[in-house]
Design a protein around this ligand. Structure first.
Ligand SMILES: *Cc1c(COP(=O)(O)O)cnc(C)c1O
Length: 401
């Protein structure tokens, strides 16, 4: 059910949507740290379980703080319904496993977050679900893969870590013709930069751990979609399998949403400046950033996103050079997280994308020199000083070799 807040603009919704005050009239959302709820009478309990009375039953099924977060995110995204989960992977897992059954077929873009890749390549086939990978940027591959009946499509755009772009509208059209539900992992774009429902997506999933918290505190996830699908397909799965978001984490994520636009705008501005600066530095072979005109899918990226995002990927001269630069950083931390207010760098080949193997990495263009930077909220000049110092050290080292 949409509240009046649905008519407000996004920046207002980020702060006000979904808020439901208790009789105490608290300013900030209340944190309902309770596992269960009590009824006025046995009759009320009976009516609640029959679905004839509206009353919270048990926090695995629903909790007022979690509901506020779900309603706020749904209104921001323009979705009919939302269910929050304990992590992003809880969201992806619930979206896929609630819908698919043995004998079904799923088509996915190859460039997926590591654990999503594992679910599609390893877990689903164990349950008799056929999974097919395509190169996300190649519409011919999508067309071929979707020329037969398909239950679901899963894709990520921009992808991790090479920031490949998938044409959401074109893939959604092909997917719908094949009978598939389209699931978009919108983590890299955030709810603010890309609106997958307007481009044909049926389901959008988030790791709220990333930009929505964005301050390194809690894990969380969310699945958004049409009310009927959420209530009939997703909710029974979540209710009975238990990947529920805690009320405390929901409260932290509500606070995160209040500042999401401020943080994402500032991080995007920093990321764009870092990308342009990195492209001019000696020792950098290549920079990937969707808002730069040298990105292979720049036009498509700018058609479906309102900014380039908060991640920049660049390539150094192999693993030794990448490690050397990362180890020389003093301000920017080495971490596999992203979307944080702190700037973080990752070496995908040896961390997030280690398990997929060398052959799969080569297909995705993840060389040993690739470094992914999640650009934070620091003063961009300090970030440039830090990376500049690390790169200068590198060239001195290499000159001495
Ligand atoms: C982090 C991430 C996930 C998984 O989320 P968790 O909260 O870590 O479980 C899924 N997809 C993408 C694109 C991510 O970046």
């Amino acid at each position: 059910m949409m509240s009046d807040n649905a008519s407000y603009r996004t920046n207002t919704r980020l702060i006000h949507s979904g808020t439901e005050r208790s009789p105490f009239g608290e300013t900030s959302e209340a944190m309902f740290l309770t596992s269960g709820f009590v009824y006025d009478s046995a009759e009320q309990a009976e009516a609640t379980f029959k679905g004839e009375a509206e009353h919270y039953q048990y926090s695995r099924f629903g909790n007022p703080t979690v509901s506020m977060f779900e309603r706020r995110l749904a209104e921001i995204e323009g979705a009919e319904a939302c269910r929050a989960t304990a992590s992003g992977m809880g969201a992806v897992h619930a979206a896929l496993l609630s819908h698919l059954k043995a004998g079904d077929r799923l088509v996915a873009s190859r460039a997926l977050f590591g654990s999503c890749f594992w679910i599609v390549s390893t877990l689903l086939p164990r349950y008799g679900i056929e999974s097919v990978f395509v190169d996300g940027h190649d519409l011919d591959q999508w067309r071929t893969a979707l020329s037969q009946p398909t239950a679901m499509v899963l894709l990520e755009s921009p992808s991790n870590p090479m920031l490949d772009i998938v044409d959401l509208q074109a893939v959604a059209d092909l997917a719908h013709a094949a009978g598939a539900l389209v699931v978009v992992d919108n983590v890299f774009a955030t709810p603010l930069l890309q609106r997958p429902f307007e481009l044909g997506a049926d389901v959008v999933v988030y790791s709220c751990t990333k930009h929505i918290d964005g301050q390194g505190r809690v894990l969380g996830g969310a699945v958004l979609g049409r009310a009927k699908w959420v209530e009939d397909v997703l909710q029974p799965f979540i209710r009975n399998t238990g990947p529920t978001l805690s009320a405390f984490n929901a409260w932290v994520l509500l606070k995160g949403l209040e500042t999401l636009a401020l943080r994402v705008d500032a991080m995007c501005a920093n990321a764009a400046r870092m990308a342009d600066w990195l492209a001019l530095q000696p020792g950098i072979r290549r920079v990937w950033y969707p808002a730069r005109t040298d990105h292979a899918q720049h036009a498509l990226a700018m058609r479906q996103m309102s900014a380039g995002g908060t991640l920049v990927t660049f390539e150094l001269d192999g693993k030794a050079a990448a490690f050397e630069v990362m180890n020389r950083l003093r301000l920017i931390a080495v971490s596999n997280n992203l979307g944080d207010s702190r700037s973080l760098v990752t070496h995908p080949a040896t961390t997030t994308h280690m398990r997929i193997g060398a052959e799969e990495r080569a297909r995705l263009g993840i060389t040993d020199g690739v470094v992914r930077m999640s650009v934070g909220l620091e003063d961009v000049l300090d970030l440039q000083d830090d990376l500049g110092r690390a790169l200068t050290g590198l060239s001195r080292l290499r000159a001495a070799e």
